[in-house]
Design a protein around this ligand. Sequence first.
Ligand code: ADP
Length: 488
Amino acid sequence: MDLHSLVKDSSLIQSGAYINGAFVPAKSGATFDVTNPVTNEVIAKVADCDASMMEEAVTAAHAAQPAWAAKTAKERANILKKWYDLCMENADDLAIILTAEMGKPLAEAKGEIGYGSSFIEWFAEQAKRVMGDVLESPFADKKFMTLRQPVGVFAAITPWNFPNAMITRKVAPGIAVGCACVLKPAEQTPLSALALAELAHRAGIPAGIINIIPGMDAPALGDVMCRDERIRKITFTGSTEVGRILMRQSADTIKKISLELGGNAPLIVFDDADLDEAVEGAIASKYRNAGQTCVCANRVFVQAGIYDKFAAALTAKVAEMKVGDGFDDGVVQGPIIDQQGFEKVERHVADAVAKGGTILTGGKPHEMGGTFFEPTVITGAQKEMQVYSEETFGPVAALFKFETEEEAITLANDTIFGLAAYYFTKDVGRVFRVGEALEYGMAIANTGAYSSEVGPFGGVKASGLGREGSIYGVDEFLEMKLMVVGGI
Ligand code: ADP
């Protein structure tokens, strides 16, 4: 695959680190391969940065941040709006780059570019609405107020499953309120990150405000991010395991932390659900991105009275899903990102079958070969199965049977995770009862698709800390200062 010939503007394909406003090779000259997950073909060689380059980027960000923060919010907003416009103008190319390095179907990639860009637009607007308070003073001669100021330099670490949107959801709010950032993209998907940097550059975001440091040695780069005193905040999306490491490493420098970690989403179908709506919701939530999102339904709990009907209707739809190269027409499911991810899916299916599950459709590697896996539905799922306690991160729906509302809530909450939970019911009372009882950051009734810049995204328990997007997203990048003026 010659990626350069697929895009209209090949200057969006960058291979250097983006530090202090310029694309630069690794000091050591080292590069790493970016591959297309469909063919395993190398599509680019990208600078493999070491810790010293991360430090250089922190120095640049630290030097540039005060002048950026000193601009008016309106000035920063106007520059962000330009960045947004450029992303939309180049959406087709950004989607092609994304599909090439990550494998999701092109239509889904385009959807992600729209979604990712919406955060830039939204936070350009929100930048102008950062407000402190004037408090009612307990003293006649003193005034009390709060100021909200940028934290300073922040570090961001992002995953491969949304190579564009997970970057904009962190970088846009941070820089909108006057911070500067150093970002390490996932090693599988650095090209989408560098393309965003190229467009940020063209939009006029000053040198040093956004720095992108790709590299294979994530622990070494992450270590600098956590230990450098000049970095005041770390924001991470990825596994709970790495989230714990980052939190531990950030203890010495007491950083502000936000973490979007793993999930183990329940999707509950009650007897009184609208069957078509539940099936459609399950497909949207479970099979998007080949099941590789942290809000994908992982455990599907179906009430006894609708279990067989739901299983049959879901199976009929899933069996029709077209699997293939994300660049081919009509494909709705691409490959699993890599061999390790593929093996986990195989392991979960084998474990479910060994423990009494029945495969209604799929259940094995797809005839496309490589890391393609058939969209799968399994009935007779049990608590002892791996899929009950671990995120599959693949296109496998395991259907558990339950009898009562109380049982469904207990099962849904029986996990260390608490990111998204879905439920389907037409009983209004139940919508509220269940929504309040779910120990999750996001309780979603009667739909499987809700991603938007408007809703606060985030989890509780081992799924993380903080919220991204929405009117609350800027809070993660602001400090509150009390200001008291006496002698009045
Ligand atoms: P995934 O299973 O989605 O790859 P990870 O949590 O392993 O989830 O990866 C998410 C991001 O975290 C990637 O950018 C990866 O390079 C980075 N990462 C992995 N290990 C570390 C670490 N020890 N320190 C800092 N970043 C890390």
